[in-house]
Design a protein around this ligand. Structure first.
Ligand SMILES: *Cc1c(COP(=O)(O)O)cnc(C)c1O
Length: 403
């Protein structure tokens, strides 16, 4: 469906005055393009979608349907993947805390685990000891310096004692083997990609173990409009540029070699970022000491973006518009800093709908139950709108409390 005032009017009659607009077709296209960009350079490649970035089941199911994997970081996300029907061998379980019983069951079912600590390695060793006839494979989350100004708290410090110990532990456990090396760094700028790729290749050389998998994690920018790109102080790389900096390097490294590891990345934002918009109705417009403020049904917490202006489009809904300059769109919460967009210039009337773009990552999943339950999510990829999450109610928020 193409978004216009008539469509928004129809949607607000059906779903209320504020809602998320999902574009699942865009998500699918992003997946296919990203897959292609990397596979072109290094065919032994797959994507593990980071559930935490946006775990709308419909998106997770699209990834599974296209042959991608699920990247989960908790028992809750693991349950979601299993509920959707993802096979354990297509699930990668990362994260700093894993419950021992679930870890055992997951390993026995053939799932992939990247260990984060020596304590976890000991737990896996115990599992291997209990099931001597079964071969177990595990991966290790690796942490090394990529000169991004921060030392990661995740995984094994590959310069530290625990790294040596975990390699010995794996070697000394007959039915346990190292399947993969994984890393993830949150900084998305191109500047940090060569160091993360080289860091992993150095580990392969240092340990003398060629793993089945090299997993470079997420931390890729997604697609965005120029108005948003311009607000970052470094260029926003394309899928092809990320691919060249990683898959291209691996292709050259393993050219002509008989054994090549499978390359994985774990994108979240790169796939989901531009697939969701948030639409909120303008409720009031007032002047506060010389500054125009429009209050929308919606919050900065709905769109998650901070410090930048998201792409914004105002749709006239029939009210008498006036021209404004320097107007801020503010949210329904009682927080002074709840601003969705600063210094808007253009026409606006009460009752208009403000549609904020690029809010597909870390938005829905991080929205707190603060002041109001959350709004519904509607997929507008098809001919007709499809509800993928109903609006939350008072009961959704309060049924865990004891009255
Ligand atoms: C958060 C996370 C990702 C996804 O990160 P994006 O920035 O959304 O691409 C991938 N892997 C791991 C281990 C993560 O913690």
């Amino acid at each position: 469906m193409k978004l216009d005032s008539a469509v928004l009017k129809q949607l607000s009659e059906e779903f209320g005055e504020a809602f998320y607009l999902l574009d699942s077709a865009q998500f699918k296209q992003n997946y296919l393009e990203l897959k292609q960009a990397f596979s072109n350079l290094y065919p032994k490649f797959n994507i593990a979608y980071s559930y935490k970035t946006n775990y709308i089941p419909k998106l997770c199911r699209i990834v599974d349907g296209l042959g991608g994997c699920a990247e989960v970081v908790s028992e809750m996300e693991l349950d979601l993947a299993l509920r959707i029907g993802v096979r354990p061998e297509n699930i990668i379980w990362n994260g700093p805390v894993k419950e021992a019983g679930r870890l055992e069951a997951f390993l026995l079912s053939g799932g992939n685990v990247n260990l984060d600590s020596l304590e976890e390695a000991e737990a896996v060793k115990a599992v291997a000891g209990k099931h001597e006839g079964t071969a177990f494979k595990i991966g290790l989350r690796c942490s090394f310096d990529i000169r991004d100004g921060g030392a990661s708290r995740f995984g094994f410090d590959t310069e530290g004692e625990d790294w040596k110990k975990v390699l010995v532990l794996i070697q000394e456990t007959p039915n346990l083997s190292l399947q993969g090396l994984q890393c993830h760094f949150a900084k998305r700028q191109m500047a940090y990609w060569p160091a993360r790729v080289q860091g992993m290749l150095d580990l392969v050389e240092r340990t003398g173990i060629l793993p089945e998998r090299i997993d470079l994690g997420g931390g890729l920018f997604g697609k965005m409009e120029d108005s948003l790109k311009e607000q970052f102080d470094s260029p926003i790389p394309s899928y092809a540029e990320y691919a060249e900096a990683s898959a291209g390097v691996l292709a050259r490294q393993f050219e002509g070699k008989e054994k090549k590891p499978e390359l994985f990345i774990e994108p979240g934002s790169a796939l989901a970022g531009d697939c969701m918009k948030f639409a909120g109705t303008v409720k009031t417009i007032k002047k506060m000491r010389g500054k125009w403020i429009a209050a929308v049904l919606g919050s900065q917490k709905n769109i998650s973006m901070a410090g930048v202006n998201p792409p914004l489009r105002v749709y006239a809904m029939g009210g008498r518009q006036k021209a404004y300059e320097g107007l801020d769109f503010a949210g329904y919460t009682c927080i002074e800093s709840d601003i969705l967009y600063r210094n808007y210039r253009g026409p606006l009337a009460c009752g208009d709908m403000a549609v904020f773009g690029n809010c597909g990552s870390y938005s829905l999943v991080m929205k707190p139950p603060f002041i109001l339950p959350n709004f519904p999510v509607v997929d507008i990829a098809g001919e007709k709108p499809e509800l993928v999450k109903r609006g939350e109610t008072f009961d959704d928020v309060f049924h865990t409390f004891c009255f």
